[in-house]
Design a protein around this ligand. Structure first.
Ligand code: 1HE
Length: 263
């Protein structure tokens, strides 16, 4: 099944959804319509979807906010800017705290809002050409799509401050060493790695996946007591509602078969 949008393209294959940023002539810069389309895509994921892969057309994952549209539609009403920023927050929160894991394939520039999108995904694959940049200081703006919340959780507030002040580029190796990327692959091999990981993640218990993507990041924000309580609820919920018994029995049966074959 294929779903048509103007600036993104969606496709479904074998229980996986593939979302392509499809605006390469503008380096996949995110304008108002594109953020709306991203929201629509994640709001209406096919029910059989077990994992999503986000990737991009062209040489750059995403050049961030569409600065041209932003300059043209500049308003003196501070509330309109807040509303726009809150829309980005809502869409990226749908990605981070939705029902299924999301894997991103990064390459070229992952800049400003591009890093905000990437950091809302759960597994990030960097092709060798990837670089990360937060040039908001140089452009005279501030991040507005969640970077000041999500990126410090990954690399620390000090590093984000330095990135924003200097606007310097972090290359794929440096980004992966800091946790902005989880896998570093040669150019052109990101999609193959993403499909392999997506198939593996999709074979987990859907209930466990839901608990992992919704629980871990939220628990990290909680106090110790609240965190322990939330963890106990998820532990109990997964053990009761998921396919814990059949999966764990199968795991031990398989171990037994392997042991018997060895002896
Ligand atoms: C754009 C944008 C954009 C390219 N908004 N149109 N983001 C930035 O500050 C990044 C700005 N862009 C760049 O640094 C470079 O364009 C790239 C390194 C990404 C790519 O360079 P290159 O040489 O391949 O392409 P180009 O010639 O610079 O750009 C090609 C076209 O894309 C050109 O349009 P054209 O009509 O002249 O062909 C560019 O204008 C257009 N383009 N980037 C609009 N960002 C929620 S808050 C988040 C805040 C931020 O994201 S700040 C970071 C913004």
């Amino acid at each position: 099944m294929t779903t048509e949008f103007q600036f993104i393209a969606g496709e479904y294959r074998s229980g996986l959804a593939f979302l392509k940023l499809d605006r390469k002539d503008k380096r996949n810069a995110i304008n108002d319509l594109m953020i709306e389309e991203l929201g629509q895509f994640f709001d209406n994921l096919a029910p059989e979807t077990r994992a999503v892969v986000v990737h991009a057309e062209g040489e750059h994952f995403c050049a961030g906010l569409d600065l041209v549209e932003r300059m043209q539609n500049r308003s003196t009403d501070p509330l309109s800017g807040i509303k726009r920023s809150r829309t980005w927050h809502r869409v990226f929160d749908q990605i981070e705290h939705g029902n299924v894991p999301v894997i991103s394939v990064l390459k070229g520039g992952v800049i400003g809002g591009g890093l905000e999108l990437a950091s809302s995904t759960h597994i990030r694959i960097c092709e060798a050409s990837t670089y990360f940049q937060l040039p908001e200081g140089q452009r005279g703006i501030f991040v507005g799509g969640g970077a000041s919340v999500r990126v410090p959780r990954i690399i620390g507030a000090g590093r984000v401050t330095e990135m924003m002040l200097t606007g310097r580029r972090l290359d794929a190796e440096e980004g992966c060493a800091m946790g902005l990327g989880h896998y570093l692959v040669p150019d052109g091999q990101g999609m193959a790695k993403a499909e392999e990981l997506a198939a593996s993640v999709a074979s987990n218990s859907a209930v466990s996946n839901f608990a992992i993507i919704n629980g871990v990041s939220r628990i990290a924000d909680m106090g110790t007591s609240e965190g322990f309580f939330a963890e106990s609820v998820l532990a109990s919920m997964t053990a009761q509602a998921g396919d814990f018994k059949s999966r764990t029995s199968e795991f031990f049966d398989q171990r037994r078969r392997t042991r018997d074959e060895r002896n």
